[in-house]
Design a protein around this ligand. Structure first.
Ligand code: 4AD
Ligand code: MG
Length: 431
C-alpha cells in the first residue's frame, strides 16, 4: 500500500516499496516515451520516471504538458538506479497535476536585481531554501542558549517615542498626530524588564533608515538583544562569546549536511570557542595606523577598517573601550578614563562586519540625565527611562546581535540581504 512520504524518506525507503510524494516539478525532460521529472519538496529532489505503458493515458498527457514549478502528486515504486541523481528513482504508476504552472519567469544566469524583483518566487531556489533552513536552525540554537542559561524571552513595543541609536537612522511617522518612531533597538525597554526578570532576551525587528548601500545594512533587520541585571561589561563580553560559540558549534555538529550544501565547511565553525581575541579601540587604531590607514581618534571604523582588523581571524574580535563621543548616550563612562565608555563591538572574521554591539549602561540618575542633555535629547520623552534609575537601580549590561549579520558570517554569504527572505534596503520595499 502507498504511503505519503517526503523526498528524503524516499531515499531511505526499501527498494520496491510503493510511495506517494507531493511537491513541485524542479526539472522535466522526455526521451523515447519516458518523461523524467525531478520532483522537489522541502526536503530535497528525486527523479521520477513516467513511462507511457505504466500510467493511465491522461496521467501521461498531463505529465508531458506540465511545466516546471507545477505542483504535482505522484505514486510509484522506489527503485535503485545509478544514473539517477542520488542513485534513486521513482517508477511512476500514477501522476496528478494540482496546478499547471505558468511559464516560470526565472531561468539560468539571471541578474541579482531581477532575482530581487521576483524574490517571492526565488525563495524556492535550492540556495534560498538552504539558507532559510540554516537561519531557522541558528535562531533555534540562540534561543536554546538563552533558555539553558536562565534568560526569559520578552516582547518590547515596536512603536516608540525614543531614539536609542541616534537620530540619523530613525524612521519617523505620524502616530495619530504625535511624533513616533519605529524601534531602532529594544534596549531601553529591556532595561525595564530586568527589574522584574533579571536576565532577559528579545528577538524582534529593528529599523534603521540607512541611506547608504553597503553589503551589511538593511533598513529592517532581526535583532536579538540581551540585558542582565548585575552584569558588568566583562560579564557581557563573556556571555557574547559563549552565545556565538554555542550557535556555531551546534550548527557545525548537527547540520553538517546542510552546511555542505551551502559550501561552508563545518570545521571553521567548530573552532569558534571562547575566549575571543580583544583589542581596545586605541589598540585597534594603532594597528590600523601601522597598516598605513589614516584615521583620527574618535572616528568610527568603516568596512575597510573592519576588514583589516579581522583579516585571517578564526574567531570574532572584540573591540572594546570606545571613545565616548562615538557612542550613544546610555553607555557607562569608564571610571578611570572619562573620555571612554565601557562597551564592546564584536567584529566577525574576514570583514563580515560588526555582529554585536553591547555595553554597560549608566545606572545612576544624575549621570544619565546629564548625558541625555549633552546629546540634546528631549528629556520629557525619557522620563520613564530615567525612572528606572530612581527605583532600585542596579549596574547592568546588555547587547544586540544582528541576526542577518551573524547568518552572513556563519554561512559566508556575500551580502546581508542573502540572509533574509524579503530584504528591505534603501531602494527596495517590494515584494
Ligand atoms: O550596534 P547597534 O546599533 O546597537 C544597538 O542597537 C544596541 N542598542 C543594542 C543593545 O545593546 N541592546 O546594533 C546592534 C547590532 C549590530 O551589531 C549589527 O549586528 C546589527 O545590530 N545592525 C544591523 N544589521 C543589519 N542592518 C543594519 N542596518 C543594522 N544596524 C545594526
Ligand atoms: Mg554598533
Amino acid at each position: 500500500l502507498e504511503r505519503i512520504v517526503k523526498v528524503s524518506d524516499a531515499f531511505k525507503a526499501k527498494p520496491g516499496e510503493r510511495v506517494r510524494l507531493r511537491g513541485w516539478i524542479y526539472r522535466t525532460r522526455s526521451s523515447g516515451g519516458v518523461i523524467f521529472i525531478i520532483l522537489r519538496d522541502s526536503t530535497g529532489v528525486i527523479q521520477a520516471a513516467i513511462k507511457k505503458q505504466n500510467v493511465p493515458q491522461p496521467d501521461f498527457e498531463n505529465a508531458s504538458r506540465a511545466l516546471i514549478e507545477s505542483s504535482v502528486t505522484l505514486e510509484g515504486i522506489v527503485r535503485e538506479d545509478k544514473r539517477a541523481p542520488g542513485g534513486r528513482e521513482i517508477e511512476v504508476k500514477s501522476f496528478q497535476v494540482i496546478q499547471f504552472s505558468h511559464p516560470f519567469p526565472i531561468g539560468k544566469d539571471q541578474s541579482t536585481e531581477f532575482l530581487l524583483d521576483v524574490r517571492h518566487l526565488w525563495l524556492r531556489s535550492q540556495k534560498m531554501t538552504n539558507v532559510m533552513k540554516a537561519r531557522s536552525k541558528i535562531v533555534r540554537y540562540l534561543r536554546e542558549f538563552f533558555d539553558e542559561n536562565g534568560f526569559w524571552e520578552v516582547t518590547p513595543p515596536i512603536i516608540t517615542k525614543n531614539e536609542c541609536e541616534g537620530g540619523a537612522t530613525l524612521f519617523e511617522f505620524n502616530y495619530f498626530g504625535q511624533r513616533a518612531f519605529l524601534s531602532q533597538s529594544a534596549q531601553l525597554y529591556n532595561e525595564a524588564f530586568i527589574t522584574a526578570l533579571e536576565k532577559i532576551f528579545v528577538l524582534a525587528p529593528s529599523f534603521r533608515a540607512e541611506k547608504s548601500r553597503t553589503l551589511k545594512h538593511l533598513t529592517e533587520y532581526w535583532h536579538l538583544e540581551e540585558e542582565a541585571a548585575f552584569y558588568d561589561n566583562e560579564d557581557n563580553m563573556r556571555l557574547q562569546e559563549q552565545l556565538v560559540s554555542f550557535a556555531c558549534n551546534k550548527l557545525a555538529k548537527n547540520d553538517s549536511e546542510l552546511l555542505k550544501l551551502l559550501n561552508r565547511d563545518s570545521k571553521t565553525l567548530l573552532e569558534v570557542k571562547p575566549p575571543f581575541p580583544r583589542l581596545s579601540y586605541d589598540q585597534a587604531l594603532e594597528k590600523l595606523r601601522e597598516e598605513g590607514v589614516k584615521i583620527e581618534w574618535g572616528e568610527d571604523f568603516g568596512a575597510e577598517h573592519e576588514k583589516l582588523l579581522t583579516k585571517g581571524l578564526k574567531k570574532p574580535l572584540f573591540v572594546h573601550t570606545w571613545p565616548k563621543k562615538t557612542k550613544p548616550f546610555y553607555m557607562e563612562v569608564h571610571p578611570q578614563k572619562s573620555e571612554y565608555v565601557l562597551n564592546a563591538d564584536l567584529l566577525a572574521p574576514d570583514g563580515h562586519g560588526e555582529i554585536i554591539g553591547g555595553s554597560q549602561r549608566i545606572w545612576e540618575y544624575d549621570k544619565l540625565l546629564q548625558r541625555l542633555k549633552e546629546e540634546g535629547l528631549n528629556v520629557k520623552d525619557y522620563e520613564w527611562y530615567l525612572d528606572l534609575r530612581k527605583y532600585g537601580s542596579v549596574p547592568h549590561s546588555g547587547f544586540g546581535l544582528g541576526i542577518e549579520r551573524l547568518v552572513k558570517w556563519m554561512l559566508n554569504l556575500e551580502h546581508v540581504r542573502d540572509a533574509i527572505p524579503f530584504p528591505r534596503v534603501i531602494n527596495r520595499a517590494y515584494p
